[in-house]
Design a protein around this ligand. Structure first.
Ligand code: GSH
Length: 203
């Protein structure tokens, strides 16, 4: 398998899950501004949508979209605890992935598009805060160690990656102490440390 990624982008979640499962994989960095890969390939020939992540499962067989790639990878876990194989538990993982992808990821992405004036920035921060409050309250009411159950999984990895962007956009996570606590647990995992190191995000 090969993951097309950009350092610190949402593709980091797939990178983390690849490190959690026992498979050999390659990485190819994509410049998301020029859409050229580190090997000089026009990335649109790999993923016509132009964005990362893209997972090459076999030569020429490409899977895109976080909500598809993350469960696909997680189900290769030999321990079988990254994602429930079926039933409500699996649906709960997809529920989180849907929320993170279409709500939280999109809310942060506003900062990575056009330059925002002050009013637009305040509106965008308020939306992130609204979404994070829901997540924080939900964690507070839950007895689970992680978002879905007591096992780390793709939703936790994705939440960790998206909330990393708070640093980039000067957004304060401290009001969300349950999210921060979950982030700390995720950050401590070897899979996360290795992925961040291999993407050049930490020494
Ligand atoms: N719907 C896509 C969105 C992926 C996405 O937003 N990727 C960003 C990085 S986090 C990107 O590659 N942006 C550059 C571009 O769109 O060209 C998914 O969930 O996989």
């Amino acid at each position: 398998m090969k993951l097309y990624y950009s350092p610190g982008a949402c593709s980091l979640a797939s990178h983390i899950i690849l490190n959690e499962i026992n498979v050999d994989f390659d990485l190819e960095r994509v410049n998301t501004k020029t859409h050229i890969t580190e090997k000089g390939t026009d990335y649109y020939t790999i993923n016509p949508k132009g964005y990362v992540p893209a997972l090459e499962i076999n030569p020429g067989l490409i899977l895109t979209e976080n909500v598809a790639i993350l469960p696909f990878l997680a189900q290769h876990d030999p321990k079988q605890d990254l994602i429930p194989p079926s039933g409500l538990g699996r649906a709960k993982v997809l529920e989180w992935l849907g929320y993170l992808n279409s709500e939280l990821h999109d809310a942060y992405a506003v900062f990575f598009g056009a330059t925002l004036d002050d009013e637009a920035k305040q509106k965008a921060y308020a939306e992130i805060d609204r979404l994070l409050k829901y997540i924080d309250d939900t964690i507070a009411k839950s007895d689970n160690e992680y978002l879905v159950d007591d096992n780390f999984g793709p939703a936790d990895a994705y939440l960790f990656v998206i909330t990393n962007w708070s640093n980039l956009i000067h957004h304060d996570l401290t009001p969300y102490q349950n999210v921060v606590a979950l982030r700390n647990k995720v950050a401590a995992r070897q899979s996360v440390q290795i992925a961040m190191r291999d993407e050049g995000l930490i020494p």
